[in-house]
Design a protein around this ligand. Structure first.
Ligand code: SF4
Length: 167
């Protein structure tokens, strides 16, 4: 897996403070994407064991209680899905009570088996491509109104899509 960047303190991509991780490479090429530098699968840098350790070691740096946000690029494309699975698994092993938010251009109903495996570790999934004609910057955690903020735990339990209560 390659990644674009890690931001230690982010207040724009989660509820509260998150450490945010942008994967590199996106196959969707949504019109109006504000993150075009993450499309190139050869861009960014290789995600190493040291990078994983950095996240684990610094998630509470300076006594700030952060959750983890995973964005893109596309975290769940074939090039990234295994790396994201390993990151989420390792993160939850250390921090079972911290939230993981994940943004994907795929829609949950169309996830393949490798993408579904990641759900076990995700708390909030924001799914769907960015649609320029549905752009709405006043929405929480989403760029366009077709995207959904899904409560993954409740969705898996009830076997139907349950939206996350944003309060
Ligand atoms: S899925 Fe995200 S990163 Fe990829 S093109 Fe769409 S908006 Fe851009």
């Amino acid at each position: 897996m390659r990644f674009a960047k890690i931001k230690d303190n982010d207040i724009a991509n989660g509820l509260g403070v998150t450490m945010s991780f942008w994967t590199q490479g996106c196959p969707h090429h949504c019109k109006g994407c504000f993150n075009g530098e993450t499309w190139d699968f050869n861009g960014g840098q290789e995600f190493t064991q040291e990078d994983l350790q950095y996240i684990i070691d610094n998630i509470n740096k300076n006594n700030i209680d952060r959750d983890l946000s995973i964005l893109g690029g596309e975290p769940l494309c074939p090039q990234n899905v295994e790396g994201v699975f390993n990151l989420c698994k390792e993160f939850k092993k250390h921090y079972p009570n911290k939230m993981i938010y994940l943004w994907s251009g795929y829609t949950l109903e169309n996830f393949d088996e490798s993408q579904k495996k990641v759900l076990k570790y995700i708390d909030v999934l924001i799914d769907g491509k960015f649609e320029e004609n549905n752009r709405n910057l006043s929405l929480m955690l989403r760029g366009s109104s077709n995207q959904r903020v899904i409560d993954v735990k409740k969705t898996l339990l009830s076997n139907k899509i349950v939206f996350y209560e944003l309060g």
